[in-house]
Write a protein of this length. Structure first.
Lengths: 113, 112
């Protein structure tokens, strides 16, 4: 396990459909973070987990968004009833609770048409 | 609340010249500061961090950054730019156990 893995790399979906992304963190990392990055902007924090517990959610995370980390390993981010404004790069990162920096995955680029 | 400002959307330098990418921050308490680089259609790649200690930190690919507490700045520098340094650069800050907050990014273009 050499890094954070995100699948799929790209997703094109029709407006109104549901989508789910997966993130596999570095195996010994107990913290996992989701960020969203729109074109020309920096990553915006969405939510994070310590082990299986979701400890913080941004106000950006509307009711249509849900994230899980059921066994404290991989995580999924689901968007229901997608809208064109959801088009973005969704980044996952992981870290140890005791470390300061994060390791990021390559991201999932979502395009809603 | 913690925040980061990157005042320049774009920085252009000639290959071989020194480069500086600016960052200022606002945070309650002691800041942990980071620089990441992003290449097209890729995730963020860690360059360097300041946690404590020496104000000048050295990172990957010859980059360095200087923490200036009085000016609340953490500018990224490199003595001699390469064309391959052209990318999007993000400054980020954490305070304590809070999540990392990013600036809007600066696009660096190094021309041959």
């Amino acid at each position: 396990d050499t890094g954070v893995s995100q699948n799929p790399r790209h997703k094109i979906t029709k407006r109104g459909q549901n989508v789910t992304f997966r993130c596999d963190p570095i195996s010994e990392h107990n913290r996992l973070y989701w960020y969203r990055q729109t074109l020309g902007q920096g990553p915006e924090f969405l939510t994070y987990f310590q082990n299986e517990a979701q400890l913080e959610k941004s106000r950006l995370l509307s009711d249509r968004f849900s994230a899980e980390r059921p066994k404290g390993s991989f995580s999924t981010l689901e968007i229901q009833r997608t809208e064109q404004g959801d088009s973005a790069m969704y980044l996952c990162a992981s870290s140890l609770a005791t470390s300061y920096g994060y390791t990021f995955g390559s991201g999932t680029r979502l395009t809603v048409v | 609340a913690q925040s980061v400002a990157q005042p320049e959307d774009q920085v252009n330098v000639a290959e071989g010249n020194p480069l500086t990418v600016k960052c200022t921050y606002s945070v309650s308490g002691n800041p942990y500061l980071f620089w990441y680089v992003q290449y097209p259609n890729r995730g963020l790649q860690f360059l360097l961090k300041y946690i404590t200690g020496d104000n000048l930190v050295k990172g990957s690919y010859g980059f360095e950054a200087e923490f200036n507490k009085s000016q609340t700045s953490f500018h990224l520098k490199k003595p001699s730019a390469l064309v391959s340094d052209s990318a999007l650069y993000f400054c980020a800050v954490r305070a304590g156990n809070n999540d990392m907050r990013f600036g809007a990014g600066t696009r660096l273009t190094v021309k041959p």
